[in-house]
Ligand binder design. Structure first.
Ligand SMILES: Cc1ncc(COP(=O)(O)O)c(C=O)c1O
Length: 451
């Protein structure tokens, strides 16, 4: 009799999960909130611990050797991030911030908005981008929203910008990937906007955890990101990656420790430092920055094309599972938001569970049942009011009336009652550590709402 060698059917990602994320299976946890935060791998913790245990790091704003050690850690992390984004220091600068929000705010508060230099926001934007409009408003700049089509993709953005360019220029701000629907907006809008005379701030927070991004091919003036979304650790650290020419056009509204060549109280004078140093307020989190190398090492080991394929496959399977679910009367259980064909979508899937008559079930019930099943999903509007309002087809005047009526009494529940709509969805978002079992467990939670 022939003896047949056992076939190892475990994939690269199975082994990686055992090695780096064994706590998930030890706690029987299906974590599907990658758009909220990625998970860190064990190797990242070990590497960071070793660096801190062996190193002597001082405040980088000094000249001692511990201070120089910190500066070296930071400079090397800047180079690593730029390499990850396919550019280098000859064209780009990295400004360390607390998170994506702080990176966006650096641009918002320093951009020279004016009557002729407006603010053009995608309707599909995280609130951290929507807030830019308040700086534009203060400067008397026109504010425009680029609308979405029923698939939640940008609608005629280039045409609208071309028309607007007849009256002036300004800052176009959009996400490379929606944190609501997972839709990936066209990156070639960056070069098109440039050709029309606009500057571009690209929010890459939701895009880069699952996809390679080349800032050489997609020459956004500014790109904002958070490292915990990229590889889970450390938190409290993000970056603004800026083209050097674009950075030099910003006008900082203030100065702070670490940003000045000199400041005099007696002479009421100050001079900002050049490049990133003029933008990093106070002492950067130099010890957290020392953890970045290990996060990039993990992503390098996986390789971004393989990660993209893994995330896409799981997201596709999840959508198929959801679409197959029916009540006994044949009505679909799930309404998925975003494009039907799911092309050019990342690993986030937003949906509502509907009853037999098609009415959405409050998302909080789904969240609770998922939590009890040890499945982590996210419920709500995910800080993305524009995409939610478009997804739920909310009428703008109804929204305004309800907000005015509720005012300080606002709660999502009262707002849903007032507008008589779902107001809030469920989001499953997939990443590096996920496997098919996680997807099936989430689909089982959804299936439990049949009838
Ligand atoms: C697309 C997008 N932009 C911005 C943010 C804000 O990120 P942070 O809270 O890290 O500043 C998020 C967070 O979920 C996001 O998904």
């Amino acid at each position: 009799m022939l003896s047949v060698a056992p076939v190892d059917t475990r994939t690269f990602f199975d082994e990686l999960r055992d090695r780096e994320f064994s706590r998930l299976d030890a706690q029987h946890h299906a974590y599907l909130d990658y758009a909220g935060s990625a998970l860190y791998g064990d190797s990242q913790l070990r590497a960071h611990h070793e660096i801190l245990r062996d190193g002597i790091f001082g405040n980088p704003h000094s000249d001692s050797s511990p201070s120089r050690a910190s500066t070296e850690v930071m400079d090397s992390a800047r180079r690593r991030l730029l390499r990850f984004l396919d550019v280098d220091e000859s064209t780009h600068d990295v400004i360390f911030t607390a998170n994506t929000t702080a990176a966006i705010k650096l641009v918002a508060e320093a951009y020279p908005f004016s009557k002729e230099r407006g603010c053009f926001l995608a309707t599909d934007n995280h609130n951290s981008m929507n807030g830019i409009r308040e700086y534009a408003r203060r400067a008397g700049a026109p504010i425009h929203y680029l609308p979405l089509d029923p698939d939640l993709r940008l609608l005629d953005a280039e045409l609208l910008l071309a028309e607007a360019s007849l009256h002036g220029e300004g800052l176009v701000a959009f996400p490379a990937q929606s944190n609501f629907s997972g839709v990936q907006h066209p990156l070639d809008l960056v070069t098109k906007a440039h050709a029309l005379g606009f500057d571009v701030l690209l929010d890459v927070a939701a895009f880069i955890p699952g996809h390679a991004l080349s800032l050489r091919r997609c020459p956004a003036d500014f790109a904002a990101l958070s490292f915990y979304k990229l590889f889970g650790y450390p938190t409290g650290l993000g970056a603004l990656v800026a083209r050097r020419d674009a950075l030099s056009r910003l006008r900082r509204p203030w100065f702070a420790g670490g940003t000045v060549m000199y400041a005099s109280v007696a002479a009421d004078a100050h001079l900002l430092r050049p490049r990133h140093e003029g933008f990093e307020d106070g002492t950067p989190d130099f010890l957290a920055i020392a953890a970045l190398d290990a996060g990039f090492d993990l992503l390098d080991e996986v390789g971004m094309p393989r990660l993209t394929a893994h995330v896409s496959e799981l997201a596709r399977d999840f959508v198929c599972d959801l679409r197959a679910l029916r009540h006994t009367n044949g009505a679909p259980i799930v309404r998925i938001y975003g494009p039907r064909d799911r092309s050019e979508c990342g690993g986030a899937v937003a949906f509502n569970i509907c009853g037999r008559n098609g009415t959405p079930i409050p998302y909080t019930l789904v969240e609770t049942r998922a939590r009890r099943a040890n499945v982590s999903l996210r419920g709500g509007c995910f800080c993305n009011p524009g995409a939610s309002e478009a997804a739920f087809a909310l009428d703008p005047s109804r929204i305004a009336d309800c907000l005015a009526k509720l005012n300080t009494e606002f709660t999502p529940e009262r707002f849903a009652e007032c507008t008589n709509t779902a107001v809030g969805a469920i989001r499953a978002s997939i990443g590096l550590a996920n496997n098919a079992e996680d997807i099936h467990r989430a689909a089982d939670v959804v299936a439990s709402f049949a009838d």
